[in-house]
Write a protein that binds this ligand. Structure first.
Ligand code: FAD
Length: 311
C-alpha cells in the first residue's frame, strides 16, 4: 500500500507527489493524462520567475521533476471510485477503470477541471489561436485588440470587466434575455465605455483566417437574424466543470458546483483524504495556485501520517 497516493497528474498532483516523496515515504500518482490542462495550453506568462514558457514544455518539466524522485507514476489510469478507510488510520481504496484497486494510508485528490466548450465551428480549430478560456492567463495577449466574451454569468461578466481594462473593446454575448451575474457586477460592466452587451444571442461560429481568429457570428434569437462581429479574440466563459463525477458516491463532501470541499489545510470531509487544485473549492484556478495547494495538501498528509499510532 502507498502512504500517499495522488490521484491526478496536473500541477497540483505533481507538486503533491514531489513534496511527499521528499519525505521518503511511499508515494504513487495515478493520472488519466499526466500534465493535465497544462498540456492544452500554449503560452504561459504568469508562472512567477519564468517569464515565458509553453504548456507542453512545462508539462514535461513537471513529469521529469516527479521522476527525479521515487514516485510510482501510473499514467493513463482513470480513477472511477473511492472507498474510504473503514477504521480511523486505515487504508483508503481507489478503484481504477481497468478494474485494479490501489490502497493508500492517505489520498490527495487533484483531478482538476475542464472548461465547458461552446461547441461551434471554429472553437476547436482556433483554440490558443484567439479562442481562450482564462482571462487571468491570456488577457494581456489581447492588449489593444477587440475581443468577445461568451457568457453572462458571474465569470463572464468578471472576465469582461477585467478584459475591458486591457483590450480595446469587449463584446459580451449572452444567450439568455438577461445577464445572470450579480447586480453589482452588472452595474460595473454597464459603466464601462468600451463594452457592448448583446443579449438573446447564440454564438454560431468563430471565424479565422486559417491561423488566427478574425470574427464571430451570432444569431439574434429575437429576430432570427445572423450578425458578424470582427475581432481578434474570443473568451469562452460558460463554466469550469470540476472532474469530480467519480467521487459522487464516495462520501467526500462536494460543493453544489461539484467542487471538493477542503479546509485551510487541504483536508476533505474524510480524515486522511486531502485535495488540491482546480478540483477543489479554492478560488482562482491557476497553475501557481494549484502547485501551492498541492504542496500544502501533501504536507498536511505527512502531518496526518506521523500522528497515526505506530503499528
Ligand atoms: P489539471 O491540470 O486539470 O490536472 C488534472 C489531472 O487529473 C490530470 O492529470 C488529469 O488527467 C487527471 N484526472 C482527471 N480525472 C481523473 C480521474 N478520474 N482519474 C485519474 N486522473 C484524473 N493557468 C495559469 O496559471 N496560467 C496560464 O497561462 C494558464 N493558461 C491556461 C490555458 C488553457 C487553455 C487552460 C485550459 C488552462 C490554463 N490555465 C492557466 C489553468 C491551469 O492550467 C490550471 O489551473 C491548472 O492546470 C490546474 O492544475 P490541477 O493540477 O488542479 O488540474
Amino acid at each position: 500500500a502507498f502512504e500517499v497516493l495522488v490521484v491526478g497528474g496536473g500541477p497540483a498532483g505533481a507538486a503533491a507527489a514531489i513534496y511527499a516523496a521528499r519525505k521518503g515515504i511511499r508515494t504513487g500518482v495515478a493520472a488519466e493524462r499526466f500534465g493535465g490542462q497544462v498540456l492544452d495550453t500554449m503560452d504561459i506568462e504568469n508562472f512567477i520567475s519564468v517569464p515565458h514558457t509553453e504548456g507542453p514544455k512545462l508539462a514535461s518539466a513537471l513529469e521529469q521533476h516527479v521522476k527525479d524522485y521515487e514516485v510510482d507514476v501510473m499514467n493513463l489510469q482513470k480513477a472511477v471510485g473511492l472507498v474510504p478507510a473503514k477504521t480511523p488510520g486505515g487504508l483508503h481504496e481507489i478503484k481504477l477503470e481497468n478494474g485494479a484497486n490501489l490502497k493508500a494510508r492517505t489520498l490527495i485528490l487533484s483531478t482538476g477541471a475542464r472548461w465547458r466548450n461552446v461547441n461551434v465551428p471554429g472553437e476547436a480549430e482556433y483554440k490558443n489561436k484567439g479562442v481562450a478560456y482564462c482571462p487571468h492567463c491570456d488577457g494581456p495577449l489581447f492588449k489593444g485588440k477587440r475581443v468577445a466574451v461568451i457568457g453572462g454569468g458571474n465569470s463572464g461578466v468578471e472576465a469582461a470587466i477585467d478584459l475591458a481594462g486591457i483590450v480595446a473593446h469587449v463584446t459580451l454575448i449572452e444567450f439568455d434575455s438577461q445577464l445572470r451575474a450579480d447586480a453589482v457586477l452588472q452595474r460595473k460592466l454597464a459603466s464601462l465605455p468600451n463594452v457592448t452587451i448583446i443579449k438573446s444571442a447564440m454564438t454560431t461560429e468563430i471565424h479565422g483566417d486559417g491561423s488566427k481568429v478574425n470574427g464571430l457570428t451570432y444569431k439574434d434569437r429575437t429576430s432570427d437574424t445572423a450578425h458578424r462581429v470582427d475581432l481578434e479574440g474570443v473568451f469562452v466563459q460558460i463554466g469550469l466543470v470540476p472532474n469530480t463525477e467519480w467521487l459522487k458516491d464516495s462520501g467526500v463532501a462536494l460543493s453544489p458546483r461539484g467542487e471538493i470541499e477542503v479546509d485551510y489545510r487541504g483536508e476533505t470531509s474524510i480524515p486522511g483524504v486531502f485535495a488540491a487544485g482546480d478540483a477543489t473549492v479554492t478560488p482562482y484556478k491557476q497553475i501557481i495556485i494549484a502547485m501551492g495547494e498541492g504542496a500544502k495538501a501533501s504536507l498536511s498528509a505527512f502531518d496526518y501520517l506521523i500522528r497515526l499510532p505506530a503499528s
